[in-house]
Design a protein around this ligand. Sequence first.
Ligand SMILES: C[S@@+](CC[C@H](N)C(=O)[O-])C[C@H]1O[C@@H](n2cnc3c(N)ncnc32)[C@H](O)[C@@H]1O
Length: 248
Amino acid sequence: MHITVVTLFPELVAAVGESGMPRVAIGTGALTVDTVSPRDFAVNRHRTVDDRPFGGGPGMLMIPETLAAAITEARRRAPGARVVLMSPQGRRLDRAAVQAFSETAGLILVCGRYEGIDQRVIDAMVDEQVSIGDYVLSGGELGAMVVIDAVARRLPGVLGDAASVEQDSFEEALLDHPHYTRPDNWRGQGVPPVLTSGDHRAIDDWRERQRLRATADARPDLFYQRGLDDRARALLTAEWLHSAATNV
Ligand SMILES: C[S@@+](CC[C@H](N)C(=O)[O-])C[C@H]1O[C@@H](n2cnc3c(N)ncnc32)[C@H](O)[C@@H]1O
């Protein structure tokens, strides 16, 4: 898959490919990432890319022509790629959106700066708008990097064990279960005995109960997405009874 980021700060975006799963994805050839800067299409000698908003008000806006030229160049490099504007006014990024992005051949992630971009560019060139949360960043680059990281780990062959995506938080609309590693006694705290029992069925049951419990405690809204079947209801009830009895 190919991702082009339209940004005034290409050096910021470059960092996403230097570590973690994006680096692995780029190394295996599953992902290529490049950048296009609107500043390269500026026509005056100051290489201006912003101007004052019509109607007055604080701040500046990215001017349409240089941004449009950069998006056109990105489309030339990745024909058919979806043009996604990073924007607080967009649909909130979630697991389903990341999965859908990872199944496309390409994305063009457009990063706003200043007070944002001219609406006419959105109307003419943007396929969808995506927000990474209900807060305002100074630019779209961190959001684009979030998309790249989240997409990279879903690309085929990137994670050593594909099962680790399946057990991640938000798969099946559940949060992840707790994890433990050596030593089995750390500062006086042990690990749940079932994890060292060798009984894989019991371990699977314990993990499923913990996923249900973590979700019920922290994100009960996710149950609206997945519903609660009889098995999940029984496991959750058993987990609550167990924790009430042992005061865990
Ligand atoms: C300072 S913000 C503009 C905020 C805009 N005036 C508003 O209130 O909606 C500049 C740019 O940062 C990016 N940005 C800010 N917050 C974001 C968020 N939560 N998700 C994605 N991109 C964001 C967008 O590309 C935006 O054009």
